[in-house]
Design a protein around this ligand. Structure first.
Ligand SMILES: Nc1ncnc2c1ncn2[C@@H]1O[C@H](COP(=O)(O)OP(=O)(O)OP(=O)(O)O)[C@@H](O)[C@H]1O
Length: 264
């Protein structure tokens, strides 16, 4: 692998007496699709929260190298908005859209961290500001088209079907122009057909935007068919990493999964 775009080194996270992550190591390569899997409560969302600034790791290092050129930036303790500006965008397990805004407005908000207009520009509405506004609308519209939500452009987010709201979240994340897109259970609540279409969308996004993608997902069929590499967490520890085939044959992974009630 060339220089990784994300390098997580020995990250731990404690909540009082609970160690939710225990010296976790992980790398994401340039333009890789990497999955993070593990039984319920293994620490997957905590991991995302630690690398996106929602939580500060108790110990360890998180660093990024957006262009994979050997220039790493340590991001421990940076605020979520700064992490987004640095190029890591995410979606959430529990969809977090602005429900009283339209689909277009939700995506336009994503572009905010890349716009240049000043407060003065917004008040005077000078030519540069108006041109930028037009560009933002155009880009948001194109992203909605990409995720196949063109027909919902002016629909309030709350009126859009659940599976499609997940696609809207992806469009909003893409609007921030990330080098790494983090998806927390993107297929949750989707039927098999929607899941198949989502898999196609995610692989298209990697191709079209030339970015890396990391996803937490319980749908093993999807994970196995689309990931370049898979990491497995169990009780806060990384118990395995490898290709889908290596993971499918790994005895520790099989034990971790067979050891729990399969209610997913
Ligand atoms: N804010 C918090 N305060 C205390 N404990 C927490 C907090 N967040 C997570 N935990 C604990 O950390 C552990 C890991 O939880 P986490 O939500 O990261 O798991 P997960 O792998 O994402 O699970 P799931 O697949 O069910 O979403 C659990 O024991 C959980 O109860």
């Amino acid at each position: 692998m060339n220089n990784p775009v994300l390098n997580v080194n020995s990250v731990s996270k404690d909540f009082g007496g609970i160690r939710a992550l225990d010296e976790v190591n992980l790398v994401v390569g340039d333009k890789e699709i990497v999955a993070l899997i593990g039984p319920n409560g293994a620490g997957k969302t905590t991991f995302f929260n630690c690398i996106t600034g929602i939580y500060t790791p108790t110990s360890g290092d998180v660093s990024i190298d957006p262009k994979a050129e050997g220039k790493t930036v340590r991001i421990n303790g940076r605020k979520p908005n700064i992490v987004t500006e640095l190029g890591m965008a995410r979606t959430f397990q529990n969809i977090r859209l602005f429900h009283s805004m339209t689909a277009l407005e939700n995506v336009m908000i994503g572009t905010h961290c890349r716009t240049k207009s000043s407060i003065w520009g917004a008040i005077s509405r000078n030519k540069a500001t108006r041109q930028e506004e037009q560009a933002v609308i155009q880009r948001a519209y194109e992203l909605l088209k990409l995720v196949d939500l063109e027909e919902y452009v002016n629909e309030l987010a709350s009126n859009i079907p659940y599976g499609k709201q997940r696609r809207l979240e992806i469009a909003r994340a893409l609007a921030t122009d990330p080098f790494l897109l983090l998806l927390d259970e993107p297929a949750a609540g989707m039927n098999p057909q929607e899941t198949l279409e989502l898999e196609q969308l995610i692989t298209d996004i990697r191709q079209q935007f030339n970015i890396s993608i990391m996803l937490i997902e319980h749908d093993m069929k999807m994970v196995m068919s689309m990931s370049d590499r898979i990491y497995v967490l169990d009780y806060g520890r990384m118990i395995a990493d490898g290709t889908p085939q290596e993971i499918a044959e790994n005895p520790a992974v099989i034990k971790a999964y067979l050891g729990e009630d399969d209610d997913d």
